[in-house]
Design a protein around this ligand. Sequence first.
Ligand code: ADP
Ligand code: MG
Length: 254
Amino acid sequence: MPKVITVVNQKGGVGKTTTAVNLSAGLAVLEKRTLLIDFDPQGNATSGVGIDKDKVELQIYDALIGRAPIEKTILSTATKNLFCIPGNINLTGAEIELVHEFAREQKLKEALQPILNSFDYIIIDCPPSLGLLTVNAMTAAMEVLIPIQCEYYALEGVSQLLTTIRLIQKNLNPGLNILGVLLTMFDKRVNLSLQVAKEVHRYFKEKVFRTIIPRNIKLTEAPGFGKPIFLYDIRSPGAMSYLNLANEVINRSE
Ligand code: ADP
Ligand code: MG
């Protein structure tokens, strides 16, 4: 069985997509057969691995509503061992269309069944909300990974997120576990970054990953070229840190 990990935080701009793309690529570099699912209508993870989100024929939405077999939605990428199910603006429709469906929170979980044995890891990139898409992602997953940006109000919204996770554990997915909390965009020259890191450690204790993702311009640039960091600048601090994270994720989850 693959490890299914959902990258979640209802705040935008905290590094979810950057983490989903580069953690997936890092796992692939470490020879793990990895599937990245873009579950955000913005489609940034899709373009982040070099797929034109507006030109894809099939995407996760088609599998979600049963319009296409999920196998047909999987695309290969320029990174060996890294596959992607794209997502784009059509996904916004799913949030509305699924509302009246039976077991609407379980659609992604059901859709994934046929491909579970084809991968070592499945990483899901979530939209910046706790709506039906994110609930589906957390119902389909075994683990959640929470990126927290080392910025003002870092922990804002976290208690609401934890409440949602507890509700999902209680009602939909008892096995759901918090794999870890990831500090992102850390700048050691900035006092605030250190303060936030301390605060997050106090709150989440051993759940915080030892790997900290630094603020690194290469991580900002890479998506513009449709490349995970390892294809863009393998020597950058961003690449090193996401490789470390991939190792830590393997150690924690296996
Ligand atoms: P989210 O998916 O949570 O909205 P993103 O991963 O898209 O967040 O990140 C928001 C912005 O910050 C993007 O422009 C991204 O390139 C940039 N970014 C994310 N992580 C880093 C980092 N460690 N260093 C520099 N820029 C980053
Ligand atoms: Mg995103």
